[in-house]
Design a protein around this ligand. Sequence first.
Ligand SMILES: Cc1ncc(COP(=O)(O)O)c(C=O)c1O
Length: 947
Amino acid sequence: MSHDRFVTRHIGPRESEIKEMLDFIGVESLEELIEQTVSANIRLKEPLKLQEGLTERRYFRKILNLAAKNKVFNTYIGMGYYDTITPAVIIRNVLENPVWYTSYTPYQSEISQGRLEALLNFQTMICELTSMEISNASLLDESTAAAEAMIMMYSLRSREMCKKGANVILIDEKVWPQTLDVLATRADPLGIELKVMPQQNFSFTEKVFGIIVQYPNSDGEIIDYSVIAEKARKKGIKIAIAADLLSLALLVPPGEWGADIVFGSSQRFGTPMGYGGPHAAFFAARKAYVRRMPGRIIGISRDNNGNRALRMALQTREQHIRREKATSNICTAQALLAIMAGFFGVYHGAAGIKMIAGRIHNIAAFLAEELEKLGYKQLNGHFFDTIRLALPVHVKREDIEWLSHELEMNFRYFENGEVGISIDETTNREDMTWILEVFARAANQKWPVVHEYPQGFLIDEKFRRTSGFMTQEVFNHYRSETEMLRYIKKLEHKDISLTHSMISLGSCTMKLNAATEVLPLSWIEFTGIHPFVPKNQARGYHEMMEELRRDLTEITGMADVSLMPNSGAAGEYAGLMVIREYHKNRGEGHRDVVLIPASAHGTNPASAVMAGMKVVVVDCDERGNIHMESLRNKAEEYRNSLAAIMVTYPSTHGVFESSIVEICQIIHDCGGQVYMDGANMNAQVGLTTPRLIGADVCHLNLHKTFAIPHGGGGPGVGPIAVAPHLVKFLPSHPVMNNSHIGINSVAAAPWGSASVLPVTYGYIKMMGAEGLTKATHIAILNANYIAKALEKNYGIVYTGENGRVGHELILECRHFKGSAGITEEDIAKRLMDFGFHAPTLSFPVHGTLMIEPTESESKPELDRFIEAMNIIFNEIKEVERGEADKNDNVLKNAPHTAEMVISDTWNHGYSRQKAAYPLEWVKKNKFWVPTGRVDNGWGDRNLTTNV
Ligand SMILES: Cc1ncc(COP(=O)(O)O)c(C=O)c1O
């Protein structure tokens, strides 16, 4: 392949190295390896029908052309999305910085202290602004956060409420339409009755368990909910508030008037609109509810030297532990965007945020006054940033629409002909003049030219915030760009990302996120577009998404794709809801049993329960495959109620089960549908397809197989691909395509996290069919190379019929516990001393490590990893042989910080050299862990989740 082809940059091993690796494995060719790995009956007979891969330069021109087809207007639509100014220091050093965007979810605390601190800042900022006690570290978007609030309130019902069958939630009708829609989707399968009505009509019967209102509401009106909150509290009914985060700088925060949960979007804290996402939702609650909180919570703990150290708290909330008892399926969230919002807070501090909010309010109030002078009637009694206008009789809404488009502006148009204007951080004096011009011209009047920012408009006293917030040091220190830059860098230096070394996390596919793919993410043509603008302003987006949908259907063999779900787990949920709708449509709505193999990822059972299904577990055999006898029996037993099976392929055990076709057949014969978890799609692309195997729906993790960076825990994109009979049930959207007959929406934005889609688009366009297939080959080669190199010392837990693994492998570590008292966690922590992120720990098999090298890692990097693992093996042997102490050894004390190693006292039975520089090459590129081993139990017992 010629050197200017992108595939040669994406794939790690060089051709000559591939030959060496094949020799080492003992096969003649890649094709032979693949034949030994993937059954012939599921192999594609023809190459994928995709365009030939473009060079990086040609792709760059293509994406530039597409970007030029998007029109960036000044948009005053509001509805949860606002233009914002991302401080350049954050764009350059966070959004565009691969240390931040290529790192993984901070499960390994010791090498994640930077992003953990940034997320702790986010949590603290949320608590301060909402005046609540605890916050999580982000959810997917505001609408799904509303659904999480509903389900959390439902799970918090008192025993008495449960006895009385309290299942009604009251929702004010003036909540965003997209939120109402997602709530409807999520309530139905759980048997929750949604009553949408004006909040004035709320009646707290014994069936009511919770209420949701919005502050300010969807008209922009600020309502005093304190009386409702008090009434609800007296009846034990929980109240959740959807709040505009920025408004809380000026308004009495919900925590001060009795909210149980406050949620919303942090988008306008420096995350561009991006045609709908990704943005970090926030979710804050009373501390008493902490064990029911959805998503991840960062907590403060200490390390083995007694120093303060951060970590993800309450790991028991994770779905892979709670499985079908989970009350949320959130896994990947929006870490990178939460980190950005937190930094926005750090840079501006309370004073800056108040200033931004105050200016917005002044502009809105000034425009209200001026527009009233032009004959318009402003309808909101009290407002923060949004005014709602009734038009004079002689003014036509269409005139406003075309005049505004002529001046490149968008307003919100209500169904009754009224017009909404939401002001944002970017609105300036010229913008004010232009807004007035549109309304004046429509009314045949003159308009004033605005020379100064308006001042002196205050929020009415009864709504005005008087309490201080964000008084912590971190929000009051970093005001100059130099200081801010250094703070960001200080945190960055504490983390391991793909910029340091391979991240071999099994099931996570930490491949290259190429610079050419991610560059467009900060272009205004992609970032500056509101999701509800007329489609003709987003032609570039639609052209790109159309091609992407086509390519993804080709890659999966399916008939259509919905890009809406914002994570893998959200895709699982969406897919199951589509299946549910399909059954209902055929008059088989009673089908509600989902078979899930014991080895499945925890989100599978959690998503099934969220979709109102009953989980029945299918056993796995000693090779890690689905136990066919168990499957047949269960499918037969539940024949009349079987809705679906959820399978991961290749299995979570990293093996291409040859019985997969039969598995799908058994399910279909019993009237069920096959849902395929696409987390392992990296081993399928170009070799087989979910459809060929027999699946009816699959989700794809674009943030795994298709190169979207993991962002330290999100963004994720989990589109679902479906077979022809399910196309009509794909999710609709209440604002952008409500003629659709599919299920209600599963996310706030019609095309989910649209602004990161150029990454996947670029990946597919530059790789082409040949490159994508080659990537799959090399992913399998790399995994088999590591398996071969480590099998003697460790052992591989599961292999296929020919002794091969798929694109990942599970390393046996369980016997070391008995022989040396060494656990898989000790090995994981020791790897940090070598500068490596640990593989996946104890999933899907307890006591093991799952390794997925991906195709992007070169042979020298694989060799370094193998060497480190073999040195660790020798270190375990030293303990086994009694040459090293069972409790005081390099593994038990790992990772070793610089402070430990340079300390004047060194009481260990091994040298400092061995601790810190176990291999010669480690010296040349040493990553010093900033903290020793973190004590998880202590952190859980002394839960602190704010700075
Ligand atoms: C097999 C499998 N399924 C589902 C998921 C959930 O995906 P997400 O984290 O994007 O929600 C994961 C995540 O790691 C996974 O490994």
